[in-house]
Design a protein around this ligand. Structure first.
Ligand SMILES: NC(=O)c1ccc[n+]([C@@H]2O[C@H](COP(=O)([O-])OP(=O)(O)OC[C@H]3O[C@@H](n4cnc5c(N)ncnc54)[C@H](O)[C@@H]3O)[C@@H](O)[C@H]2O)c1
Length: 281
């Protein structure tokens, strides 16, 4: 397979590039930054690929909502180039995007007179061990109303044993990422909250945690007993985007807000620096 990765110098893009390289795909790397084997001119990358993976940033806006400007710009660039080169692109979005975003990107591609194939595939790697996670993913999720294309995207990951979960729409796949990150943040905040009781009582929080997570219905993930608030690039960004999205939809987000309040309180009270928080990223 010939695969173009847009945003190939980033955490997700570079891990994906290495992963595809391991499985002998022919990978073309695009980024706005210069780097080894990077082609900065997107037009020279496109035209002969089987699939394009979009891995560009989706930062927070000032109000906490998600800023899709870069993904949108890249989508317009793909549309423009594909129209000039007269072919219908196949695009897989990996960037974390609020539900409805992939459908919006598909609409943009269609405005260029194209019949694109589009899928959304959330990425679950952790920043601190991106390539190791990419090589041993917990699961591969793909959402697309185009069943055949979803299967082709899954085919790119045939080298991995991980469970493969397909959705017949973009939105469910987009939501998987937000469920996962909000839940992860919730667990960390929950255990951090409980630690305060152990500390007040002079009990060993770590020993309590070990006893609690023996229960398989509780599980161990995110329960490292450190008393460190969550942080890093993604958790706050994704939490905030979901709260903002909830406001737009008229959905109650009180639990999400209190998880964030709890975390902010810990950061300020104990004067944590952002570098202290990346252990969860
Ligand atoms: N970092 C993680 O662990 C992680 C995990 C899962 C999902 N995500 C999501 O994946 C997306 C990318 O995150 P990241 O951490 O890899 O970001 P990053 O900032 O590390 O990398 C993004 C890359 O995109 C490049 N870029 C920016 N604009 C571009 C453009 N117009 N054309 C081509 N390249 C461009 C940047 O130069 C950079 O190299 C985000 O939506 C993020 O939320 C990140």
């Amino acid at each position: 397979m010939r695969i173009v990765i847009i945003g190939a110098m980033g955490v997700v893009g570079s891990a994906l590039a290495k992963y595809f390289d391991v499985f002998s795909h022919n990978v073309v790397l695009n980024d706005v930054m210069n780097g080894p084997n990077i082609e900065t001119n997107l037009a020279s990358c496109l035209g002969r690929e089987d699939m394009i993976f979009v891995c560009v940033p989706t930062p927070s806006k000032d109000d906490g909502g998600i800023n899709l400007d870069i993904v949108e710009q890249v989508t317009r660039d793909i549309g423009r180039i594909a129209r000039i080169k007269k072919y219908d692109p196949s695009v897989v979005y990996k960037s974390t995007m609020i539900p409805g975003s992939t459908a919006r990107m598909e609409e943009i591609l269609i405005t260029y007179g194209l019949k694109p194939k589009v899928a959304y595939s959330p990425e679950f790697i952790r920043q601190r061990c991106a390539f190791a996670d990419m090589l041993a993913p917990s699961r591969i999720v793909v959402g697309s109303p185009d069943e055949e294309f979803a299967d082709s995207v899954m085919g790119c990951f045939s080298g991995t044993e991980a469970p493969k979960i397909t959705f017949d729409c973009y939105e469910a796949a987009e939501l998987v990422k937000y469920y996962a990150n909000c839940y992860y943040a919730a667990r960390i905040s929950f255990f951090n909250q409980m630690k305060q009781f152990a500390d007040k009582l002079g009990c060993d929080h770590n020993a309590i945690i070990r006893a609690v997570v023996e229960d398989k219905t509780v599980g161990v993930h995110g329960s490292d007993p450190t008393g460190v608030p969550w942080g890093g690039n993604c958790l706050l960004k994704d939490q905030s985007a979901m709260i903002k999205y909830g406001e737009e939809l008229g959905v109650y987000t009180r639990v999400l807000k209190s998880i964030q309040d709890m975390n902010n309180l810990m950061i300020h009270k104990n004067k944590f620096k952002s570098s202290d928080l990346t252990r969860w990223a």
